[in-house]
Design a binder for this molecule. Structure first.
Ligand SMILES: Cc1cc2nc3c(=O)[nH]c(=O)nc-3n(C[C@H](O)[C@H](O)[C@H](O)COP(=O)(O)O)c2cc1C
Length: 220
């Protein structure tokens, strides 16, 4: 049964819940630093790869945040990939402003100096990307920073070929919800990704299904 073109097996969800359709994802812990302010961390989901050569990322930063002030003072930042150990950091850094508390100090996070930029790395992250802002634009109270990769680091043994080793314990974030038994407590959820659950799909069969002239482009 369909209603127009819309199959009836879909339930309508709110605009806010629509982003759950693209979970799990990995929010970044964005580290920023300036001489005047010192270092700060902020949780950020609004980021994307935004260019291949040179490799760039785009990060959207609300202009009300302390992170915005700091990046405006020193246009560099680190995107740290959280491990499951950093779930408290993800929560706090996404709730409280660095204007009100030194989040790195409060969480007792260990930092190490960046190699190419004057922003520290998070020692307990799965990895850290050092970025310098190339360009930015503003839209409705948010600044979109395009930043080039200066250098990137992964925890020792964190790569399995070109894949991230699932032993690195990446925090695959599923979002937050109010606990069913206690509607005043908000819970954050992440999915546990383990090496045993990694599935490979060579893609040969779908390539073989293509018309021959098109298929030749994908076969060696
Ligand atoms: C899961 C999650 C993702 C978030 N993503 C972003 C983001 O991409 N950009 C942004 O400006 N704020 C984002 N926020 C909100 C900031 O983390 C939050 O406002 C923070 O307190 C700002 O800290 P600051 O004032 O120390 O910079 C996010 C919060 C959460 C919980």
């Amino acid at each position: 049964m369909t209603d127009g073109n819309r199959p009836s097996h879909f339930d309508e969800i709110s605009e806010f819940d629509s982003s759950t359709l693209f979970k799990p994802n990995v929010p970044a812990l964005v580290v920023s630093n300036s001489d005047e302010t010192g270092s700060n961390i902020m949780t950020a989901s609004w980021w994307m790869v935004a260019g291949y050569d040179p490799f760039r990322y785009m990060l959207a930063v609300n202009q009300k945040s302390y992170t915005y002030d700091i990046i405006e003072a020193n246009p560099e930042f680190v995107m740290a990939a959280p491990s499951t150990e950093l779930v408290d950091a993800l929560t706090l850094a996404g709730m409280v402003s660095g204007r009100d508390i030194d989040k790195i100090d409060h969480l007792g996070l260990e930092t190490v100096p960046g190699k190419e930029i004057d922003v520290p790395l998070l020692a307990d992250a799965v990895g850290n990307i050092e970025l310098s802002v190339i360009e930015s634009f503003e839209f409705e109270g948010t600044t979109y920073y395009f930043a080039g990769v200066e250098t990137a680091h992964v925890t020792t043994g964190g790569m399995d070929g070109r894949l991230l080793s699932l032993d690195a314990d990446i925090l695959a974030y599923m979002g937050s919800d109010w606990a069913k038994e206690d509607a005043t407590t908000k819970h954050r959820y992440y999915a546990e990704l383990t090496p045993e659950n990694l599935q490979s799909f060579p893609g040969d069969e779908i390539v073989e299904s293509l018309p021959e002239d098109l298929r030749e482009q994908f076969e060696e």
